[in-house]
Write a protein that binds this ligand. Sequence first.
Ligand SMILES: Nc1ncnc2c1ncn2[C@@H]1O[C@H](COP(=O)(O)OP(=O)(O)O)[C@@H](O)[C@H]1O
Ligand SMILES: [Mg+2]
Length: 277
Amino acid sequence: MIELKEVSFSYPSSAGSRRPVFQELNLRIPRGRYAAMMGPNGSGKTTLGKLVKGLLSPSSGEVRIDGRPLQAGEVSPRVGYIFSNPENQIVSSIVEEDVAFGLGNRGMAPGRMSARVEESLRMVGMAEYRTHSPHLLSGGQQQKVVIAGILAMECEVLVLDEPTSMVDLRDRREILDLFQRLHEDQGITLLHITHSFEEALQAKDFIYLENGRVSFLGPPEGFLASAPFAGGSNLQIPPLYQLIQGLRKRGHVIPPEVRSYAELKTFLLERGKAPRS
Ligand SMILES: Nc1ncnc2c1ncn2[C@@H]1O[C@H](COP(=O)(O)OP(=O)(O)O)[C@@H](O)[C@H]1O
Ligand SMILES: [Mg+2]
């Protein structure tokens, strides 16, 4: 579970009077939930993720992970953080050493460590690359190595900060399926920050952050049905929803249950048959 209680945060700035990123923000993501977070650039998504991991500490208020409050300056070992750029998270020149890095820091015995590394690499489909150099792999493969390293640490919470933005299409689907499996099979709590609505649709909860405030919290389909789609945001709306949005703008009433082209077609055809009022 991720809990933010009245969290305020500002970056130290030379100007002195910079607007805080968060003011008394409250947010609760229950244990084992898969939550997606979207919002315009600069709305505070990454800052929120870093507060959850403890890479930043609130100026007031509290962050709790599974009920346990993070102390000021404490980086939570229960939380894994995956950034967009895997190169920034790769620390070794051999895949298996990279995956083992965190375990080594924890002082795990080599035999156990090797088994855990093997298992983690297998989970992300990268076992055959264990002796390769991560720097020669594709962005998607590198991201899988980073994810294996985090899985090896057996975190209860994962913060995924635009994890597929440097990943090609083929690896992207695999990585997204992996997140879904981690959520379903292992009950890991996921906070998945993304610019892609298609990605967000695989989460149960959807959070829209605007100017450091949660302006929507609910199922992603609910957001699509209700959102004004504010100009200036770089929300990537799937083409189907752009079409539905366009139809709604022209006065057509399309119910939120319509979630595929086939359903839209059926709905429009059925409506066409109905007598006009
Ligand atoms: N290291 C930093 N120092 C000062 N200001 C920052 C820093 N990182 C982010 N900010 C500011 O904090 C706000 C939120 O940024 P961020 O959390 O990165 O947003 P997002 O991830 O939603 O794009 C923005 O106004 C941004 O300019
Ligand atoms: Mg960000």
